[in-house]
Structure formats: structure tokens, C-alpha cells
Design a protein around this ligand. Structure first.
Ligand code: SF4
Length: 355
């Protein structure tokens, strides 16, 4: 028997932090310390880099097919300065979206960034964090003494980029000193180490996006595994951060009850019991627009994601387009079943919303 066959156990590799294949710098980015720090990282790693006057000029990324171009773009990082400092609203999860990055290296088939970023799916990070935080302070002061909440993951998954940017650490420490400011973000990545020893003053809620085994395996390539996410969730809770979970997108498929039932059961078994106080859950059903359906079918032609307009209900979306959600009966069944399972395993949890 050879050495290889003597050891049948397969070790599951940890999901590695994102490393871009190509990095573009906008010249102004190098006037900021974060820009220089990212350049040092790129040079130390021997990553190919180029200068560009603006990300809008990146039109010649290689790739023959739509799929290939998309895959290459997802491994391309653009380091720039955030020019628009008016924050978008971010209902229902927060008051405002705080912009520190746009785009994501994950390959979730259903991701709405495919539509919102359209032909520019590369990952962008912004180096002028101080200006972004000054703007956040203005928003907080305008609304004080009401609490103002900022969502840092509306257009990206910033945890997956933290080892390159350090931006979340800056936001967390800033918000720790803001009496009326709160931060929140959600992630499908487990790379939380750089956040564990920061002063956060309970002003940042970290949420992990979770889903049934079927949904994670079918539709969430290039993200951390369920077990990795839960291990990271336990670590951030043990570091004193308020913790939450987002079950999204909730998908109706043959066996969904079993799938979502097992999800909550596994979560309860895996999560240490000392971190379950004050847990929050958010639930978002799957939705899509006609534009999203066209793009997804081109980029992931073999996807099993069900996007049959005939089986859905139309809902008017805030961007002036119809989106397709589940009919009322299915929505109610999903909401009631998952809510019951949440309270069965986590009786003290809060459910923030189902949408
Ligand atoms: S991890 Fe989140 S932001 Fe990234 S592709 Fe998946 S759904 Fe989109």
C-alpha cells in the first residue's frame, strides 16, 4: 500500500484570503497613506499592477467570453478615491450605506451586484477613509440624539478585503467613540482575525450570512464554508461584538423545510451557548429583476437558480424596476417556518425583519 492510499481521510482546506491577480491604481490614491500601504502589499506579493487615470477607463480586461471576462474582473482590484460622499439610504438594515468598497470576489449566482455593477464587476476599494468618516460624522450630528446606523456591506463584502485595506478596523474604532453612531456589516467570509482585538464599545454589529447546505453548495462558490463562518461568528461574539445572522437569500426548492430546519439545528449545535444572548436574525427572500435574470444566465449558464417569472409575484422596486419575489402563500410559509425554527433553537433572539 502506498503512503497516499494509507490515509483515506480528506483534509478540508481553509478558504484562503482573496489575492487579486491584477491591481490598478488611480494616481490620486497614492497620495493617501492607505493607497501607499496597498501598493506595498502588492509589491511584496509580486502582484502585477498598473496605473489608470480612472476606473472607468478599464475597458480592456482580457477574456474571450462573458464568463471569462467576469471571472477575470472578479480577480482584479482597483484602488481609488471615493468621490461621491453622499451616502445612499440602506433600509431596512440601516440608515445609510457607508462606502468603503464596491464589488466582491465571491461568485454567488444570485448576487445583486451583478446588476448594480453591470459591466464593471471588478473589486474597488477606496483609500480616503478619513473623508468618508468625516461625512459619517456629519450624518450622525444631523440626527443626534437619534442613533444613526451605517451598513458597510451594501456594495461589497468588506471582511474579505480587510487584510488588504484595514478599512473596517478604522470604521469600528471611529464608531466606538461615537455616542450616536453605530456600524454594521454582513459577511460570507471568515477572515475576522484583524477585528478581534479592536476597541468597538459594542457599537458594531457583525452579521454572518448563512443558508441551507443546498443553497451554499449550489450558489455560493468562492466564499467561506458554513463551518468557517460559524467559527468566525463565535470568535467575534467572544470578542464582545454584538452578533447577528442574515438568512439570505431564502430560496424555495424541493426539500427547503428540511434544509432550513437543519440549518438552524446545525447553527445551534455549532455556536457556543455563551454567545447566543442578544442574537439578531434578518431574513431576505430571493428576488430578481429581468435584467438580473439575463445577466445571471449568461455568467452562470448552468445555474440551478430558479428564476421563472410565471412562478413569482411582481413587486415595485426602489430603482424603478419590477422585481420578482415569491407569491404571498410561499412567503408566509417560508417566514413562519424559519421564524419558528429560530425561536425553537434561540428563544432569546430578535428577528429584525423578513423582506
Ligand atoms: S459574498 Fe456577498 S457580495 Fe460577494 S458575491 Fe456573494 S452575495 Fe455578492
Amino acid at each position: 500500500m502506498t503512503e497516499q492510499t494509507a490515509s483515506p481521510k480528506r483534509t478540508i482546506k481553509s478558504t484562503r484570503p482573496f489575492t487579486p491577480n491584477l491591481v490598478y491604481f488611480e494616481p490620486k490614491a497614492l497620495e493617501f497613506s492607505k493607497g501607499k500601504q496597498i501598493m506595498d502589499y502588492v509589491v511584496a506579493k509580486g502582484i502585477e499592477h498598473r496605473m489608470t487615470t480612472s476606473h472607468n477607463r478599464i475597458t480592456n480586461l482580457p477574456g474571450e467570453t462573458e464568463q471569462e471576462k467576469y471571472r477575470i474582473a472578479k480577480k482584479t482590484l482597483v484602488v481609488g478615491v471615493r468621490k461621491t460622499l453622499d451616502f445612499d439610504q440602506s433600509k431596512p438594515s440601516a440608515d445609510y450605506a457607508i462606502p468603503i468598497s464596491t464589488g466582491c470576489m465571491g461568485h454567488c449566482h444570485y448576487c445583486y451586484l451583478q446588476t448594480t455593477l453591470g459591466a464593471k464587476p471588478y473589486v474597488r476599494v477606496y483609500v480616503n477613509t478619513e473623508q468618508i468618516l468625516s461625512k459619517a460624522k456629519e450624518y450622525i450630528e444631523e440626527r443626534a440624539p437619534e442613533i444613526t446606523t451605517f451598513e458597510a456591506a451594501c456594495t461589497s463584502d468588506p471582511v474579505g478585503l480587510e487584510h488588504i485595506t484595514g478599512s473596517l478596523a478604522e470604521l469600528i474604532q471611529f464608531m466606538a467613540n461615537e455616542e450616536f453612531g453605530r456600524l454594521r456589516f454582513v459577511t460570507k467570509f471568515h477572515h475576522v482575525e484583524p477585528l478581534l482585538h479592536l476597541k468597538h464599545n459594542n457599537h458594531t454589529r457583525i452579521r454572518f450570512s448563512i443558508n441551507s447546505d443546498y443553497v451554499i453548495k449550489q450558489f455560493e462558490p468562492a466564499t467561506s464554508r458554513f463551518e468557517e463562518r460559524i467559527e468566525a461568528a463565535a470568535k467575534v461574539a467572544q470578542a464582545g461584538y454584538p452578533l447577528g445572522f442574515i438568512i439570505a437569500p431564502i430560496i424555495w426548492y424541493d426539500g427547503w423545510e428540511k434544509g432550513y430546519g437543519e440549518l438552524l439545528e446545525r447553527l445551534a449545535k455549532t455556536l457556543p451557548s455563551d454567545v447566543t444572548d442578544g442574537l439578531t436574525f434578518e431574513m431576505i427572500q430571493h428576488r430578481f429583476t429581468k435584467t438580473a435574470k439575463n445577466i445571471i444566465e449568461k455568467r452562470y449558464p448552468k445555474t440551478k437558480l430558479e428564476m421563472d417569472i410565471e412562478k413569482r409575484k411582481q413587486k415595485w422596486g426602489k430603482y424603478g424596476k419590477f422585481k420578482y419575489v415569491y407569491p404571498n402563500e410561499q412567503q408566509t410559509a417560508l417566514r413562519e417556518f424559519i421564524t419558528e425554527r429560530i425561536f425553537e433553537y434561540f428563544p432569546k433572539a430578535n428577528i429584525d425583519y423578513f423582506t
